[in-house]
Each structure stands twice: as C-alpha cells, then as structure tokens.
Design a protein around this ligand. Sequence first.
Ligand code: NCD
Length: 360
Amino acid sequence: MNSAFPHLIDLNDYPVAWWKKVVELGERIKNDPAAFAHECDGKIMATLFYEPSTRTQMSFQTAMIRLGGQIIGFDNPANSSVAKGETIKDTTKIVSSYSDILVIRHPVAGAAKAAALTADCPVINAGDGGHLHPTQTLTDLLTLKIEKKKLSGLTIGMCGDLINGRTVHSLCKALSMLEDNKFVFISTPELRMPAYIKDIIKANGSSFEEVDTLEEAIGRLDVLYMTRIQQERFASEADYLAQKNTYVLDRAKMLGAKKDMIVMHPLPRVDEITVDVDDDERAMYFTQAKYGVFVRMALIMTMLSEKKQTELLKGKVYGGVRCGNPRCITNHEEYLPKSFRSSGDQTLLECEFCDERKLI
Ligand code: NCD
C-alpha cells in the first residue's frame, strides 16, 4: 500500500546514502544555522505527542522555528479530542490538512505507520512505544560523525533496557548497515535485545555479543550507549523494581574505559549515570541532545523537498490472523489492516506495524 507522501517511519525505509545526506546537512546547519533561517518560511509543522517528551518534542519545535516555520499540536492528548475517543485515523486526517508536516509520538508500537496511512502530508515517527525512534538515531549518527569522526569500524556497547528501548532498536538497525561495526549488549537476561533486531544485525553482516556486566565490556568500547529502564513499559511495578539500579555508570567504572570512549544517552537519565560523570570530557549526552536540533532541521528540510512516495505496507492480510502483541496498534485501532510480511520461513509472519513475529 503506497502513500502519496514521503514518510519517515523507520530509517531503513531509505537507503544508507539518504540518511548520510541528512546527517551531513545537519552538520552543515550546525556550522552555520543562520544560513538556513528562512528555509521553511510559511510552513507549518504539527507535533502530536501522545506520550511525555522533553527533548524530542522541543527539539522538533525549535528546529522548525529556526527554519522560519511555525508549529501547532498537542503534548497532552487529554486536552484534545483523543480524550473523546477519536481514532489516530481521524486525528491525523484533520491535522495533516492543517499542516505541511506532522510529527507523532505514541505509546503503542506501529502508531506512526498507522498515522501515515491516512495522512495528507509527510509523517515523522518521533517514537512508537518500545519499537522505533528513527530521529533519535539521526541525532546519534550526527553525534558519532562529529565526536568520533566516523560511523563505521566502531565497537558500540549498549546498556540497560534493550528489550523496551526504542532508541537502541533503531540505532542497531542503522549502525549494522554500516561497515565493520560490532555491538556489545549489556543487560540482564530479562531485558536482552529482541530476537528480530539480532536477526537484522546478523543479516547485515555485523556481529554482537551479550554480556551481564558493564565492567567486563567497558574497556573494549569506542562508544557506550546507556539507556533508562523503561518503567512505563513493564507489566508490573515489581517487574520494574527487579531491574531498577542494575547498571549504574559512575566515575569508578569510567576509569576502566578507553581515553577516547564517548558516553551517549538519549536522555532522560534516571539513575543509570551518576551526576559526577557529567564533568568527564567523554560524557557526550548533553551535546548529543543539542545536536538533535540541527539534525531535525535537516530532516524537516529533506522531508519537505522529498519526492519519493513511501510504500507503507508490502505484505498481506492472512484471513483471521492477528498480531499477538497487545501493545501493537493493530490491537488498538480496529480498522487497520492486519498486514504481515512472510519471512524466509513461510510459517513465520512478521507484523508490518510492530515487527512482532507469529507462527501460523
Ligand atoms: C528516549 C525515548 O523517548 O525513547 N528519549 C528521547 O527521545 N530522547 C529515551 C527514553 O525515554 O528513555
């Protein structure tokens, strides 16, 4: 199913050369933001945030304002018609007729794709549940390009909530497409990287290992990407408390790291990095958040000039087969087609909205 508009739902919908160009443009903007101050004069961006956000929402808004455009939207769906039971379909249909580009964050996986199916303007996924977060990945790539001077040949440690962390899912999918990157996943057995992401890494020819402690990995890393335990995505408070505080990066652990390792974090931080690490020159998380504005400026400009239509659904509906993931948008918005891709193995279907697998 094609949409008449270009959308950014998953970075991997575009070739590597496309995202490299966005990142390069982001770097040019960083070096001379004033030169881009009128790129979006007269344009309107809508931000529909169904889930809390500080950086992503404000950096998108700042980006549009710095490009000369204007913004509309909500950051609390309780103050919109969503509270009256309006579907994503209807909200998107209307808001996309008011705006030139729409940015959506939602607590349910696949929601951005659902919005794109009905939108009359480009849609950008600003985070869909525990699934993907492509614009954080663009921010991370710009950070690596500027601070490590390369996007390949890196050993990247990812630590914390790897099962629920959408930032690390998108980042793995992207970095595994670039040459010679190696991943070290540091988590408890309960919070390991999802199998579908590990399969993508392998299929892209990259390698990964899984370890239990920060101490056994930190000395080999070029980049340490810390993540928050995603409290809101746990089934119960007890499950969350069992994972809380397992990984804490502090000055003592930083002593075991390379002199040029950088520490990244999409933020917000809860307790996984002690504040005394902030003064270490390898701590890059605040700089990373700042770079997010430049790369989002680049992305807005790119999407508004992009001609490519997006093929949103490539698979098909299999009779009464539904996605088994209760946190998939197809189980929240009934009108959506229950569309699946079939992977190599014909009995294994992958939901086109949340990527969850199902045996038939
Ligand atoms: C992340 C997110 O929302 O996924 N934050 C962000 O966008 N910068 C990370 C998180 O919430 O832990």
